[in-house]
Design a protein around this ligand. Structure first.
Ligand SMILES: *[C@@H]1O[C@H](CO)[C@@H](O)[C@H](O)[C@H]1NC(C)=O
Ligand SMILES: *[C@@H]1O[C@H](CO)[C@@H](O)[C@H](O)[C@H]1NC(C)=O
Ligand SMILES: *[C@@H]1O[C@H](CO)[C@@H](O)[C@H](O)[C@H]1NC(C)=O
Ligand SMILES: *[C@@H]1O[C@H](CO)[C@@H](O)[C@H](O)[C@H]1NC(C)=O
Ligand SMILES: *[C@@H]1O[C@H](CO)[C@@H](O)[C@H](O)[C@H]1NC(C)=O
Ligand SMILES: *[C@@H]1O[C@H](CO)[C@@H](O)[C@H](O)[C@H]1NC(C)=O
Ligand SMILES: *[C@@H]1O[C@H](CO)[C@@H](O)[C@H](O)[C@H]1NC(C)=O
Ligand SMILES: *[C@@H]1O[C@H](CO)[C@@H](O)[C@H](O)[C@H]1NC(C)=O
Ligand SMILES: *[C@@H]1O[C@H](CO)[C@@H](O)[C@H](O)[C@H]1NC(C)=O
Ligand SMILES: *[C@@H]1O[C@H](CO)[C@@H](O)[C@H](O)[C@H]1NC(C)=O
Length: 447
């Protein structure tokens, strides 16, 4: 058994740390085109939606000849939504800025995602993202620290003043795609989320900086959604809501679409989430989330540190998660499990469809200026199980009003946790072999 687990673990590791796939130089493209060849003007005023669409259309003709690079030189390139194509590298030179236009008609409206059934902000259709990939493979978005600026503030105002007609767009969205790399760039001011791979596999996000205004409503950083084999590394994310959020669909739509998020590795990231969580699981998790490894993260000035969210009616599962080597400073609630996150696509959800939350191991964390160490609220009649805490040390801020831990409807195991956790985490039937020997945990230990 142990040997099998180790072998499985090693395989899982190889898939992610995969020298052959991830560490090798990005694909070099034998053909290159420059956006100015298609009439683009980088003055920050001229709308370049058509040049981007035409350049990608032209680049498509090289797809079976090794692919092409679309080069964006220094300049301010205003554009509406455009699609990418397979075997393409979009390269933003230093001081190249792609700017999303504030004209909503340049962000066409499309059907909601099948695993969500409805838009996230409003029922019905949603705006297409700025940079889109549908059914692609082998696409790189990179540069010499170029910038993509979504100019989201106008969308935030529309959301807050109820003038939005359809759910907000994201900056980058890949759907049904594989072998995707996003690296060496800065993403600013997304209308909603910055990078959203959905129904994808083999996705790598490396060395990116993501920022939105800390008082923007509900902006997330990276949102792997019903994706497998995802690596997020060496990045810095500071947003208003969740910095990294793992999802897999919403209620009955996500359950019937049945596409989990699995085999995700997150390493060496700095996270800040002013009103959400630095690292969030759910609340949309109806397709399931499992086999997740997170290590070496820093969380600063955030409302929540690590948050697991679900609700009756959601179905799905969050299981086999390991988060280790975390440093937190100035976080209101370090660890949160919520079993009553209220949002639903409509009122017709079936509250008897219950989620499973099991085998979540959190270890080696140091926190300073923490107000609450943990709030763990499971679902009555559907407790969250095998919540395992090991070597956590949170210094609670002197001003903190409430108790360090509060637990209900959860069970688990704890060792070397300071302050002393609630009795639910000394559950006699949860032993350390449940906590520290599932295959994804062993993979991490081998690392
Ligand atoms: C990102 O930059 C690093 C350092 O310059 C380089 O090694 C790497 O290949 C770049 N990534 C891509 C996808 O171009
Ligand atoms: C982008 O791709 C979608 C899906 O294939 C398609 O409906 C849309 O027309 C494309 N947009 C452009 C400008 O090519
Ligand atoms: C993408 O592929 C799926 C499944 O093969 C197909 O149903 C869908 O129409 C394709 N979408 C686009 C935009 O090509
Ligand atoms: C990160 O990207 C910047 C350019 O955006 C580059 O200068 C730097 O070398 C990259 N670092 C790594 C570790 O790839
Ligand atoms: C919403 O629709 C109304 C009526 O068509 C239109 O006047 C308004 O500009 C639209 N708002 C946005 C943000 O698209
Ligand atoms: C402690 O954290 C709170 C936010 O939770 C912050 O307002 C305060 O400035 C922090 N104090 C120090 C000394 O960092
Ligand atoms: C969820 O439960 C908590 C405490 O158990 C409570 O404070 C909160 O109001 C509840 N939220 C909803 C949306 O029911
Ligand atoms: C927890 O960390 C503090 C420093 O922040 C240290 O003084 C204390 O000894 C640590 N406690 C344990 C039990 O490791
Ligand atoms: C389970 O949670 C409910 C609130 O959702 C609470 O009323 C109840 O006391 C909890 N049960 C246990 C055994 O803690
Ligand atoms: C741990 O618990 C599991 C399930 O309750 C049990 O099968 C196993 O024998 C226990 N292991 C140890 C070392 O107690």
């Amino acid at each position: 058994m142990v040997i099998a687990a180790l072998v499985l673990g090693v395989l899982a590791l190889i898939q992610c740390g995969d020298g052959r796939r991830w560490e090798e130089a990005p694909p070099s493209r034998p053909h290159s085109v420059t956006i100015t060849e298609f009439g683009a003007v980088g003055d920050g005023k001229t709308l370049n939606t058509l040049p981007f669409q035409n350049a990608v259309f032209y680049a498509r003709s090289f797809a079976d000849k090794g692919g092409a690079q679309l080069y964006v030189p220094k300049g301010r390139w205003l554009t509406g939504s455009f699609n990418l194509t397979s075997h393409l590298t979009l390269f933003l030179e230093e001081e190249a800025v792609i700017i999303g236009t504030k004209d909503p008609s340049q962000w066409p409206v499309v059907e909601p995602l099948p695993s969500y059934g409805e838009g996230i902000d409003l029922p019905g259709p949603r705006h297409r993202s700025l940079i889109n990939g549908y059914n692609l493979s082998d696409v790189v978005i990179t540069g010499n620290n170029g910038v993509v600026d979504g100019q989201g503030s106008i969308w935030w105002d529309w959301l807050q003043s109820h003038e939005l007609n359809h759910s907000r767009p994201h900056i980058v969205e890949f759907m049904n795609s594989q072998q995707i790399v996003v690296s060496n760039l800065t993403f600013l001011n997304s209308p909603a989320w910055s990078i959203h791979p959905v129904y994808c596999s083999n996705v790598k996000v490396h060395n990116v900086t993501i920022k939105t205004s800390l008082d923007a409503p509900l902006t997330d950083g990276i949102v792997p959604d019903s994706c497998s084999n995802v690596c997020i590394e060496d990045s810095s994310i500071s947003v208003s809501h969740d910095a990294i959020s793992l999802k897999s669909g919403w209620d009955k739509y996500g359950i019937s679409f049945a596409k989990p998020t699995s085999d995700v590795h997150i390493s060496r990231v700095d996270l800040r989430a002013s009103s959400g969580a630095a690292l969030a699981f759910g609340s949309e998790m109806s397709g399931g989330i499992s086999d997740i490894h997170v290590d070496h993260i820093r969380i600063d000035s955030s409302s929540k540190g690590i948050s697991f969210r679900t609700t009756p009616g959601r179905g799905g599962y969050i299981a086999e998660v390991v988060v280790t080597d975390v440093i937190m400073d100035s976080v209101r609630v370090a660890i949160e499990f919520i079993g009553n996150w209220s949002s639903h696509p409509d009122d017709h959800f079936d509250p008897s469809v219950l989620p499973l939350i099991d085998q979540i191991t959190l270890q080696n964390m140091e926190g300073t200026n923490i107000s609450v160490a943990g709030v763990l609220s499971g679902i009555e009649g559907d407790p969250f199980t095998a919540i395992c805490l090991s070597s956590l040390n949170f210094s609670i801020a002197e001003s903190a009003a409430s108790s360090a831990w509060s637990c209900s409807n959860v069970s688990g195991y704890s060792e070397s946790v300071f302050p002393e956790p609630c009795s639910e985490l000394h559950d006699p039937s949860t032993n350390s072999s449940i906590c520290f020997s599932f295959p994804s945990y062993s993979a991490l230990a081998v690392a």
